[in-house]
Structures are given as structure tokens and as C-alpha cells.
Design a protein. Sequence first.
Length: 249
Amino acid sequence: MSDPGIQPPVTGLLPRDTTEDARERQAPIAVLPIGSFEQHGAFLPLTTDTVVACTIARELAAAHPVQVLPPVTVSCSHEHAEWPGTVSISATTLYAVVRDIADSLRRSGIGSLILVNGHGGNYVLRNIVQESAGSGTRMALFPGTADWNAARTRAGVQTPSHSDMHAGEVETSILLHAHPELVRPGFETSDFLADDRKHLLTLGMPAYTKSGVIGRPSLASADKGKELLAGLVDSFGEYVSLLAPQGTR
């Protein structure tokens, strides 16, 4: 855990490929991490969702033939707007950015794109993938609900997925494993549950939590984070088989 007064740099998240690296790899599938810049309680950074998405993408690339792109770091976090530091773009803007990236990839010879989403509020990503049929780019959204459920079971996560909404057991575990320097003291005593969130989209997060946390981060561990990532890597093989062109699988 880091000193609360120090903001350490996040290293190892951006791809370091040169043009020659990309040419030699000739990956048939690109992976785009999509995070957010929003509050995650007092113990996780504003970049948590971006760090999680990039960490997942890095693990996927280590096991599968994909080209990892730099992350989209600001997305649709409007439900967190009342907390200092949170920044959002519109769903329309996020849609346009992802579509432009897909078009650019297609011009460079990559016709498959998998969106690795780290923020649950990016609902528009489902529409982008849904509408990609016939566009010339095959797309998928990862991880899906089934992928997360399998990974949670493998890791022994105790908090149900609905309860583990924000800055909870899963997110804290992944950071404790992959970037423990980003986790500040306090997660051990920040548990807060709010399972009845019927009007979340209308009222936003402040109607359900004062701390910004909905989940049980006290149950997080680095071992769980390691197993969560391993489980997601295993699930990703199905996506590669589905999207890779014939002859590259």
C-alpha cells in the first residue's frame, strides 16, 4: 500500500510496440481497453477502471495473439458527477471514438476489435458491438457477465456480483495484485452495501452511498486478484476463436 501523500506513476500499462513490432506480430485482433476517470472511494485512484481494463488487456496479450491499443481513459461516469475529480464524456462521444478507432484499424488491415470494458456505466458499448454487424469490423465486448462469474468463482470472491458494484472486493483485489502501490489504507474498513439501487440512473450514486463505495473491499486480496485475471484470460480464448479470421486461429 502506498503513502497517502505520494502519487506513484502507473507503469507497464501502455503498449510499447514499434511499427516493426506490430508488423512482425500481424495480430488479427485488436484489443481496446476502456476505463473511466471517476471516484472510487478514498482508497482507490480515479483511474481505477482504466488501470483494471489495461491490466486485463495486458494479461490477454501475454496469452493470445492480439494487438493492445492505448486505453480510452475518460468515459461515461455521469452517475459519479457529484464527487470531486470525476470527469465524463457523453455516450455519443464515446460511441464516435470507438467507431473511429474501428474504422482506422480496418484501414490498416485489422478487421476484428474487442472492447475490454472496465466501467459498468459504459452502456453504449453494447450498442456499438450490436451495430457492428455488417460494418466490416467484427466486434465483441469483454468481459461479459458469464466471464466475470467464472472468474469470481475461480478466485473465491465472496461478495455477490450485484452487491460488489463499486470499489469493492473485485476491483480492490485486482489492484492489490497488479498495482498494490495504488491502493491506499482504508479499504479494510470501507465496506458498504446498497443492494436496492432501483433509481440509480435517475438519482446517481450519491443517493445510495456517501463514501462512493458499494461493496466489501475488506475481503479483497492479491491472491484473489491473480486468480480473477487468470480466469478472464481463460475465458478470452473463446472470443479469439470467434473473431480471428480463418487460418489465424
